[in-house]
Write a protein that binds this ligand. Structure first.
Ligand SMILES: Nc1ncnc2c1ncn2[C@@H]1O[C@H](COP(=O)(O)OP(=O)(O)OP(=O)(O)O)[C@@H](O)[C@H]1O
Ligand SMILES: [Mg+2]
Length: 289
């Protein structure tokens, strides 16, 4: 069976000389919920961004549903990107715009630039926007400014916006890293729902191993740009945990969680401090807005 998503020997060396990805090969089947874990700087964001070509790999190929993403340009690349939703740690909403406008913006790319600039969404788009807002439980907030919402609600707007593309692959780069544990679960449950009900394949990076165990059907750990583990969440025992996070790492409780949580834990405290965004990285993030 050919994989829904195939990564072949992906490498990425940034202009600074940092080798962020060092030969990543893996297949993802339709319907999987893949959680990416690994220390800060291990290459999770770079890998996610190589999949939709927000970052251009230095070598290797990304094949989505038989189409070579790495070779795609122009209209073909836009067509592929429409199939790939993306949600971000910082939500990347236009803060001053309404929730509704943010969600409608997810439809960009389906419509001509002219119609988008002219600004009248079609009735179908409006209906779809409300449907997606309803799915994440915030239809009643549609006409509030995005920045009037709590973090968890803003991330749900992020999910609704990504759903507007009717994607068949959802990439999520630490979608709950800015949220408290209870809110994290409420957001992760929506990702779980779109994975199970809509059969949208999800690839999601997470810092908390407990969340990876709870939501992932498969866990892939990166270490210095290479795959250090690829398997079932339950297979990550003490030894593997130390292989991934280092000898000194310990799993720690992260506070209040839902009853479904088994042994809530985080490698974060044992990790080096998160890397601060370099100017280039910030510029790159700006571009996506
Ligand atoms: N735009 C960039 N320019 C130069 N180096 C970069 C850039 N983006 C990432 N890097 C470097 O590439 C490596 C992998 O970074 P990446 O952001 O992919 O890791 P990560 O696993 O997502 O980390 P975190 O958990 O902190 O988000 C790091 O050494 C990082 O400093
Ligand atoms: Mg990252």
């Amino acid at each position: 069976m050919t994989a829904f998503l195939r990564l072949e020997e992906i490498t990425k060396t940034y202009p600074s000389g940092t080798r962020a990805l060092d030969g990543i090969s893996l297949d993802v089947q339709r319907g999987e919920f893949v959680v990416l874990i690994g220390l800060s700087g291990s290459g999770k964001s770079t890998l996610l961004r190589c999949i939709n070509k927000l970052v251009e790999p230095s070598g290797g190929r990304v094949i989505l549903d038989g189409i070579d993403v790495t070779a795609a340009k122009g209209a073909e690349l836009r067509r592929i990107r429409r199939r790939i939703g993306m949600i971000f740690q910082q939500f990347n909403l236009v803060r001053r715009m309404s929730v509704f406008s943010n969600v409608i913006a997810g439809r960009l790319g389906y419509r001509s630039i002219w119609r988008t600039v002219a600004g009248r969404p079609t009735r179908t788009d409006v209906a779809l926007a409300f449907e997606n807002l309803g799915r994440v439980g915030i239809a009643d907030r549609a006409f509030q400014r995005a920045d009037a919402l709590s973090g968890g609600q803003q991330q749900r707007v992020g999910i609704a916006r990504a759903l507007m593309q009717e994607p068949d692959l959802m990439l999520a780069d630490e979608p709950v890293a800015s949220l408290d544990p209870a809110t994290s679960h409420s957001v992760m449950k929506y990702l779980e729902e779109i994975n199970k009900k809509d059969r949208i394949t999800v690839i999601c990076s997470l810092h908390f191993l407990s969340l990876a165990r709870r939501y992932g059907s498969r866990v892939i750990a990166l270490k210095a740009g290479k795959v250090a583990f690829d398997g079932l969440p339950a297979e990550i025992d003490e030894r593997r945990f130390k292989e991934i996070y280092g000898e000194d790492a310990v799993e720690v409780e992260i506070g209040p969680t839902s009853e479904s949580e088994r042994g809530a834990a985080s490698p974060r405290q044992a990790s080096p401090p998160a890397l601060s965004a370099s100017p280039e990285r910030s510029a790159e993030i700006e571009q996506e807005r």
